[in-house]
Design a protein around this ligand. Structure first.
Ligand code: M6R
Length: 612
C-alpha cells in the first residue's frame, strides 16, 4: 500500500526521501514521487510510474532537487491508473503547495465539482488532488496554512495520512492523520514523518504515534502536535527497539529467504519473555479465570495468513480449552451481524496492525461489547493501540510481502495463550501442560533442523516449478497448515493452488486429479495418519504425483506410497504445524525463484492492506 515520508532538516531532503521510499518498497506500489522546497526554485517535484529506480534516474539520486524540506510517496493506485500524473505528490494549481496522501477521500467528487465551478483546473484523476486544490483554495482566502489545513480536514470525508509542504513556509512540514497510520520521528539532522517505521529507522528510534484527528507541525528542531481546534497536545515519545539490520537484506537474495531463516530466532524471542520457572506468564492478562469461565464465545479474526493461524487454533484451542472457537475472516466478520456480547473474547491477529478489515472488525467487536485482544507484530500500530490488550510477536520487521516469520510467531504466541488459558480453566492436565511447554521450548532448535534441509525443497522445486495447478490435501491440523502452504505458493509463484480437507476429495475435487497433477499431501498429524495415507493412495490411483510432508517417525511408511517425502522432526501434535510449514515455505520460495518471479514484491499485492 502507499507509503509516506517527509523530512524537515538541516541537510538535503531529496536523498533522504528516496532512501526512505526505498525502505518502504516492500509495501507494494506502482509509482513514486518526491517534492522538495528550494530557496531558489520554490517547490520542485518529480514523479514517475513504475519502480523507484526511475525516480532515482530522473532526479540523479535526488541531486536535481535541492532544499532541506520535502515529502515523498509510493502510490498503490486506487483512483486513477498508475501513471506519472496520478502519482503523488500532488501540487496545487498555483504551484505553491505539495501534498502526499494515504487513504481515500470519499466525498472527493462533490468537492472536485465545486472547485471546477470555481475555476480550478485539475491535473489528475485522483481523489488526493482534491485535498491539495481545496487547501490552496482555503489558503488564498485565509492566508494561514494551518487554518486552511483545519478547514480541509473538516470538509473532507474518508481516511487520510497527509504530508504537506508550502512554498511560503521554508521550514515547516505539516502532517495530519485519520484512519491511516502516520508517525513522527526525531532525528539528529532533522525531523520526519513516515507511514512506516522502517522508512526512518536508519535515522531515528524516537517516534511519536499520531492519533486520529491530530495535526502536527514539524521543523528541523521541533515537533508540535495539535488537535483539530489547534490546542497543543502533549505526546509520548516511544523508543523503537527493532534492529536496523533486520530491515536490510544483509547479503541475501531476497527478504523472504532471510526471513524464513530468521524463524527460529523470532520464535525464541516471542516465547522466551513469556516463560518463567516452567510457567507461562502474561502479566495483567485481560481476562481473569472467573471471567474466562463465563465466556460465551471466542472469536479469532484476521485476514490472509493471520487467518490461517486462526484456522490452526480452532483445532488446538478447542482441544486445550474445551470451548467453541470461531475463526472469521475480518472482511466477513464486520458485515455478518456477529453474535457478540460482553462475554465474548475477540482476538484480532495482524502482523502490520494496520489491515483495514481487521481494524474494522476490531472496532465492530468493541462496539458490540466484546473484550478485545490483539496479536500484533508492529509496535504502536493502530490495532495494537485500539484493542483492550495487545500481545506482541517479536518477529522484528518483516519486509517480504509473503509472511513467514510473522506467521510463525503468531502461531507460537497463540499456542502459548491457548495453553495458558487451558491451565486457567483446568481443561488441560498439569502433566500435559508441562509436556507441551517443554516442547515449545525445543521448537527453535527443531526449526533449525528443518531449515538445514533446504536442499530437499530446492530439488523438488526444480522438478515441479512448471505445474499450472497444485493441490494441497490434509486433515485437521494438516488441512489448516495446507491453507497457508497453498497461499505461500500462489502469492509468490502465481501457480494456481488450493488446499482441501482430504475428506472432501470425494465430494468433488477429485475430478480435477489427472495423470501428472501434483498433490502435496500433508501427513504430520499422527492421529489421522492412516486416513492421510488412504487419501494419498486415492490420488495416486488417478495418476497424481505426490509430494508428501510427514514427520521423521512416519517417514518410512509415507515413502512407500508417495513419490517424494520430506520429513520434519516430531513434536507434540499441537505444535507440529510450526515445523510442517517450513518445507512448504521453502518449496514456495524455490518454485518462485525457478520461475523468475519478483519474490519480495509479488504482483498486485501489498504488505499491509489499508484499503477495503
Ligand atoms: O498485516 P496482517 O497480518 O493483518 O496482514 C494480513 C494479510 O494481508 C497477510 O497475511 C497476507 O495474506 C500475506 N500476504 C500472506 O503472506
Amino acid at each position: 500500500m502507499c507509503g509516506i515520508i517527509g523530512f524537515a532538516g538541516r541537510e538535503e531532503a531529496a536523498p533522504i526521501l528516496l532512501d526512505g521510499l526505498a525502505r518502504m518498497e516492500y509495501r507494494g506500489y506502482d509509482s513514486a514521487g518526491i517534492a522538495v522546497r528550494s530557496n531558489q526554485w520554490g517547490l520542485q517535484a518529480k514523479k514517475s510510474r513504475g519502480r523507484l529506480e526511475r525516480l532515482y534516474e530522473l532526479t540523479h539520486g535526488g541531486k536535481d532537487l535541492d532544499g532541506p524540506l520535502g515529502i515523498g510517496h509510493t502510490r498503490w493506485a486506487t483512483h486513477g491508473e498508475p501513471n506519472d500524473c496520478n502519482a503523488h505528490p500532488h501540487i496545487s494549481e498555483d504551484g505553491r503547495i505539495a501534498l502526499v496522501h494515504n487513504g481515500i477521500i470519499e466525498n472527493y467528487m462533490e468537492i472536485k465539482e465545486k472547485l471546477i465551478r470555481e475555476g480550478v483546473r485539475f491535473a489528475s484523476e485522483t481523489d488526493t488532488e482534491v485535498a491539495v486544490q481545496l487547501l490552496a483554495y482555503y489558503y488564498k482566502q485565509c492566508g494561514s496554512m494551518l487554518e486552511a489545513v483545519g478547514k480541509v480536514l473538516h470538509r473532507i470525508e474518508g481516511s487520510y495520512a497527509f504530508g504537506i509542504i508550502c512554498a511560503d513556509y521554508p521550514n515547516a512540514l505539516i502532517a495530519a492523520r485519520k484512519d491511516s497510520p502516520l508517525i513522527l520521528g526525531f532525528g539528529e539532522k532533522g525531523n520526519f514523518i513516515a507511514s512506516d517505521v522502517t522508512a526512518i529507522l536508519k535515522y531515528t528510534r524516537d517516534v511519536i504515534y499520531m492519533e486520529d484527528g491530530e495535526i502536527a507541525v514539524i521543523t528541523a528542531d521541533s515537533i508540535d502536535v495539535f488537535d483539530q481546534e489547534f490546542t497543543p497536545i502533549e505526546k509520548k515519545v516511544n523508543k523503537i527497539e527493532w534492529d536496523v539490520s533486520a530491515a536490510e537484506k544483509g547479503g541475501y537474495a531476497h527478504f523472504m529467504f532471510k526471513e524464513i531463516l530468521e524463524q527460529p530466532e523470532a520464535i525464541r524471542k516471542t516465547i522466551a519473555p513469556r516463560i518463567r520457572d516452567g510457567k507461562i506468564i502474561f502479566d495483567n492478562f485481560l481476562i481473569t479465570p472467573e471471567e474466562l469461565k463465563n465466556l460465551s464465545r471466542i472469536y479469532i479474526i484476521a485476514c490472509g495468513s493471520a487467518y490461517h493461524v486462526g484456522a490452526i487454533c480452532k483445532y488446538t484451542w478447542e482441544k486445550l480449552l474445551r470451548r467453541p472457537v470461531e475463526v472469521c475472516l475480518a472482511s466477513e466478520f464486520r458485515y455478518s451481524d456477529p453474535l457478540v456480547d460482553k462475554n465474548t473474547l475477540a482476538i484480532i491477529i495482524s502482523q502490520s496492525g494496520e489491515t483495514l478489515d481487521s481494524m474494522a472488525a476490531l472496532r465492530e467487536a468493541k462496539r458490540l461489547g466484546a473484550r478485545t485482544l490483539a496479536i500484533v507484530n508492529v509496535v504502536g500500530s493502530s490495532i495494537a493501540r485500539e484493542a483492550d490488550q495487545v500481545l506482541y510477536t517479536w518477529a522484528g520487521p518483516e519486509i517480504a510481502v509473503a509472511t513467514t516469520k510473522a506467521y510463525s510467531t503468531q502461531l507460537i504466541l497463540m499456542d502459548l495463550i491457548g495453553l495458558y488459558l487451558g491451565d486457567l480453566l483446568n481443561t488441560i492436565s498439569k502433566e500435559d501442560y508441562q509436556i507441551i511447554l517443554r516442547q515449545i521450548e525445543t521448537l527453535p532448535e527443531k526449526m533449525r533442523a528443518c531449515l538445514s534441509k533446504l536442499d530437499d525443497a530446492q530439488y523438488l522445486a526444480s522438478r515441479h516449478f512448471n505445474h499450472n495447478s497444485i493441490f494441497f490435501i490434509g486433515r485437521n491440523l494438516d488441512y489448516a497448515m495446507g491453507l497457508e502452504g497453498s497461499l505461500k505458493l500462489k502469492e509468490i509463484s502465481y501457480i494456481h493452488s488450493e488446499a482441501y480437507a482430504s475428506g472432501e476429495l470425494k465430494h468433488g475435487t477429485i475430478s480435477l486429479i489427472e495423470p501428472g497433477t501434483l498433490v502435496i499431501a500433508l501427513g504430520t498429524y499422527h492421529a489421522l495418519f492412516d486416513k492421510a495415507m488412504s487419501n494419498v493412495v486415492e490420488v495416486k490411483a488417478r495418476g497424481a504425483e505426490v509430494l508428501a510432508i510427514t514427520t521423521e517417525s512416519y517417514r518410512e511408511r509415507m515413502e512407500k506410497i508417495a513419490d517424494d517425502t520430506i520429513s520434519v522432526p516430531d513434536v507434540h501434535p499441537i505444535l507440529q504445524p510450526s515445523l510442517g510449514i517450513i518445507p512448504l515455505q521453502l518449496f514456495a520460495y524455490y518454485v518462485a525463484l525457478q520461475r523468475g518471479c519478483d519474490i519480495d514484491k509479488p504482483r498486485n499485492l501489498a504488505k499491509s492492506v489499508t484499503v477495503e
